[in-house]
Design a protein around this ligand. Sequence first.
Ligand SMILES: [Fe+2]
Length: 142
Amino acid sequence: MLVDQLKIVQADAFTYYLKAHFYHWNIEGSNFPQYHDFLNNLYNDIFLSVDTFAELIRALNSYAPGTLSRFKSLTNIEESDSIPDAMTMMKNLYEQNNTMLVSLLKAYKIADEEDEIGCANFLQERIQQHEKHGWMLRSIIK
Ligand SMILES: [Fe+2]
């Protein structure tokens, strides 16, 4: 069902957002100012999407998840307490951005099949945005 996949996408977005913010706080290195700002833009963009996913879930007449334990059980994004070096942070974000894209594409296909046009449009926008994040992360780690 579309709503079930949207809950996974919402949990993925929240967990990915938190990781980008966590790295924003703790990243170190000679490019610190650029990395710190880059991560700021990344987490802000993803954080805003979490709210829209929750509202789409509500519009489909289901309740939106909103606890850390629930997000943890739903998400495909791996959490870690460790604070790696800057390049490893960017690699982790790149890999998990690909995980986000898989979840988003899955949701988009269901929305399209079910003629949920508004939801499909937003998912399409998010896919485009995460492809852009992927390009930037890939360029940093090259
Ligand atoms: Fe900050």
